[in-house]
Design a protein around this ligand. Structure first.
Ligand SMILES: Nc1ncnc2c1ncn2[C@@H]1O[C@H](COP(=O)(O)OP(=O)(O)OP(=O)(O)O)[C@@H](O)[C@H]1O
Ligand SMILES: [Mg+2]
Length: 488
């Protein structure tokens, strides 16, 4: 038997490792994941990171520098080894491929990338380490003294800076839907929105403070979290619970609701077909969005545009979390943990809602009021009903928002979530007349709303001087939800 050597050519491997990403942003995420991981692991006090992007006119490329003030790369050898996971710091370090994938995608020529890093020990020795292209199976690690060549970045203390060049075409993937040669400034704004979206929770929690900087195009701006603008919530609304995914307990933060179009980023949370559905995050980092078919088995449709569900799976144990693809731009559909998550989402919300949450909550509020009334009414012969109908003898019944018989009197309710207008009052009047028509004698009609439009109260007073078809005086009153003990 002879042993044959099948080790790959480093250059070919580099080319093969690259090309995993569809967009420039995805490349940047790999570096940011590592920085957040390092800050989380060390519980760092200062969590700045600078993304510096400058066009290089002579070569029509873009030079990117990503710098942090973390603890530096302890073991550069392991960090550079493909698939080496021995240096994992948090679940954000998963496969041992991240930055190598990213560098190889950005610079397939394998000639323009450099890593500068210094640990606390390097810092006190007045030195930093440098590793640069080309990627090979043995790479030189240079130790540079700051007296001969100062730290090339902007941040003091320990930390790491990745520097690479990529093609303008790759950079332009930031603009997915525009032709021509978009300006660098615009691209940076789009990058900022992408980062603000993917890391929204992490930015809000203060786990990283990102800045994008370009002196060439005069851009200097912190990355703000991009979050949905909610207009209302659907059951089970929002909260945090413990759930078992494939037998492992994780915390799940969730929020189900209706959104309006985001007015900061024109690309995210737009209340359209490509930004609605279920969004899954792991420890705050976005993994997958726009899920509908995988969870509910329904086709994408604009009737769901308003609907967003957010689920954030939280655990420090990487084995408890769904596995991502090696290029992290998505989760592996078919993962048992993910299937358990989808099953849970479907059991709390069996169908994605077609109705707007506003319509929904008015009904819901009436249901709450009904429960209140049931609790507070003692009479054994009470009848409290949100399905009660009048005009029954006319064959075309009309449903009353709420009918309350407390053993002595009948009270009819017309409920409006917001402001009650003339139409709302006339609806109440119709309930009254319809009840009288059915031989019921109401004692009171309540117009229930958050507020009352001009003139409504006066109109009601006028009507209270009139009599109904039976010759009884109308008795209408305006009440707010708070007066009825319902707060929302
Ligand atoms: N900015 C950084 N500061 C400190 N250590 C870092 C930094 N970037 C990378 N590292 C180290 O390099 C290792 C390799 O990073 P890389 O992104 O290639 O893989 P990974 O994060 O382990 O896994 P994944 O494939 O999921 O990204 C990391 O585990 C981490 O130990
Ligand atoms: Mg990584």
């Amino acid at each position: 038997m002879t042993r044959i050597n099948v080790s790959p050519y480093a250059d070919a491997l580099w080319k093969g490792v690259g090309g995993h990403f569809d967009s420039f942003s995805e490349i940047i995420y790999e570096f940011i994941d590592n920085i957040i991981s390092n800050y989380d692991k060390n519980k760092s006090m200062i969590r700045a990171a600078i993304i510096n992007i400058e066009p290089v006119n002579t070569t029509n490329t873009i030079r990117v520098k990503i710098e942090d003030c973390g603890s530096g790369i302890e073991n550069i050898e392991a960090a550079l080894r493909l698939g080496d996971t021995s240096n994992r710091q948090t679940p954000l370090n998963e496969h041992g491929f991240g930055f190598k994938h990213a560098l190889a995608s950005a610079n397939p020529e394998n000639n323009r990338w450099i890593i500068y890093t210094r640990t606390e020990a390097d810092l006190s020795n007045g030195q930093y380490k440098v590793v640069k292209a080309p990627y090979d199976f043995s790479i030189e690690e240079e130790i540079v003294s700051i007296t001969t060549s100062p730290w090339p970045g902007r941040l003091n203390g320990s930390g790491t800076m990745f520097e690479f060049e990529c093609s303008r075409e790759l950079f332009n993937t930031l603009i997915q839907d525009r032709r021509g040669n978009p300006g660098v400034h615009k691209c940076l704004e789009l990058l900022s929105w992408d980062l603000g979206y993917v890391y929204s929770n992490i930015i809000k929690e203060g786990r990283i403070a990102l800045t994008i900087l370009s002196s060439t195009v005069n851009y200097n701006s912190p990355v703000a979290a991009i979050t949905p603008d909610w207009v209302g919530l659907y059951d089970p609304k929002e909260g945090k619970i413990k759930k078992s995914l494939d037998g492992n307990d994780v915390d799940i933060e969730f929020k189900f609701g209706e959104i309006k179009a985001n007015d900061i980023s024109s690309r995210h949370y737009q209340r359209n077909m490509s930004t609605s559905g279920l969004e899954v995050r792991i420890n705050g980092r976005l993994l997958e969005s726009n899920l509908l078919t995988d969870v509910w088995g329904v086709e994408q449709h604009n009737k769901y545009n308003h609907f967003l569900a957010q689920v954030n799976i939280i655990s420090n144990n990487p084995d408890y979390l769904p596995k991502t693809r090696t290029s992290k731009n998505g989760i592996r559909i078919g993962d048992k943990k993910l299937l358990d998550l989808f099953r849970w989402v479907k059991s709390v919300m069996p169908e994605p809602p077609e109705k707007l949450s506003k319509e929904f909550s008015e009904r819901e509020l009436v249901k709450k009021l009904k429960e209140e009334k049931e609790r507070h009414t003692r009479a054994v012969d009470k009848h409290i009903d949100n399905e009660f109908e009048v005009f029954r003898i006319r064959q075309t019944p009309v449903r009353v928002d709420l009918y309350v018989y407390d053993g002595t009197e009948v009270v009819l309710y017309e409920a409006k979530k917001g402001s009650a207008d003339m139409k709302a009052f006339y609806q109440l009047l119709m309930y009254w007349d319809g009840a009288v028509d059915d031989e019921i004698e109401p004692s009171e009609g309540v117009l229930l709303a958050e507020s009352f439009a001009d003139g409504v109260v006066n109109l009601i007073e006028d009507f209270n001087n009139k009599t109904d078809a039976k010759g009884n005086r109308y008795k209408f009153v305006c009440k707010t939800w708070t007066e009825e003990g319902i707060n929302f």
